[in-house]
Design a protein around this ligand. Structure first.
Ligand code: UDP
Length: 245
């Protein structure tokens, strides 16, 4: 069910199987395992530990991770985009009358995002929301709001590592079942940023589209080759030295 990529266990079945698997957890932290998150975790102990908890579930979100899984000869079945998993969870929350909490992004984005979600899923219960600009060491009011509103799922859109840090720090003290860092997804849902056209997503070129729209992202792309080199190094050099096939 998992591919071992640089000591991370990355879910390697289909999105449909993932959705079923999520429901088997009492509490789960879903991590969009894109190259940036996995690479950062190699140099950030707390991020790595957060990815390795018993109830952490890393999904292969990004073509770089799909390629990495092929290099280690444990290919994932498909790329699973975090925003699509978020959408599936929201869809089932609407169907089952479960509440969601939105945490992150700028206030006007979160307001617009809530409106758009209510239009798409008109029975959806958004039990609370808060923008992502607050002091994480002093946010008892937000934590209390989450405890009182008792969501089933919390989506945290504050970029990595901030969103992972929030979840790792507070998950055990909160009542929700599903915790997921969703990066810039609220901006996409609000309509501020578009997702790439379907054909680009299918070809694994979503990163190219994002860079064409937000050129400052080019700096962040360097992490894909860095991650792949690290995977190759681990697979063919370190393992050979240790005589592991
Ligand atoms: N953000 C936030 N608080 C912060 C910094 C960022 O809520 O202190 C939000 C920001 O407004 C944006 C999201 O986090 O909505 C970051 O998205 P980004 O595109 O960096 O994430 P990616 O999709 O690349 O992981």
């Amino acid at each position: 069910m998992f591919s071992k990529i640089l000591n991370y266990d990355v879910f390697n079945k289909s999105k449909t199987e993932l959705m079923k698997y999520i429901t088997t957890f009492k509490k789960v932290h879903i991590i969009s395992g894109n190259p940036e998150v996995l690479y950062s975790g190699l140099y950030d102990d707390s991020l790595f530990k957060g990815c390795s908890k018993d109830n952490s579930l890393i999904i292969p979100d990004g073509i770089g991770v799909v390629i990495a899984s092929k290099i280690v000869k444990e290919p994932v079945k498909e790329k699973i985009a975090g925003i699509e998993v978020m959408d599936e969870i929201i869809k089932s929350c609407e169907k089952e009358g479960k509440g969601i909490y939105l945490l992150g992004a700028k206030q006007e984005i979160i307001d617009e995002c809530s409106i758009k979600l209510k239009i798409k899923y008109n029975k959806l219960k958004i039990v609370g929301s808060h923008n992502g600009y607050f002091d994480m060491n002093s946010c008892e009011d937000i934590l209390q709001d989450i405890r009182v509103s008792k969501p089933y799922a919390i989506f945290v859109a504050m970029g990595c590592p901030r969103q992972e840090r929030f979840i790792n720090t507070y998950m055990s003290t909160l009542p929700a079942s599903v915790y997921m860092g969703v990066g810039g997804s609220f901006d996409v849902i609000a309509g501020k940023v578009n997702r790439a056209p379907r054909w680009m997503i299918k070809l694994g070129l979503e990163w190219l589209y994002r860079v064409s729209k937000e050129p400052w992202r080019i700096k962040r792309l360097g992490v894909i080759p860095k991650l792949l080199l690290k995977v190759i190094y681990n697979k063919y050099i370190i393992r050979k030295e240790q005589n592991i096939s």
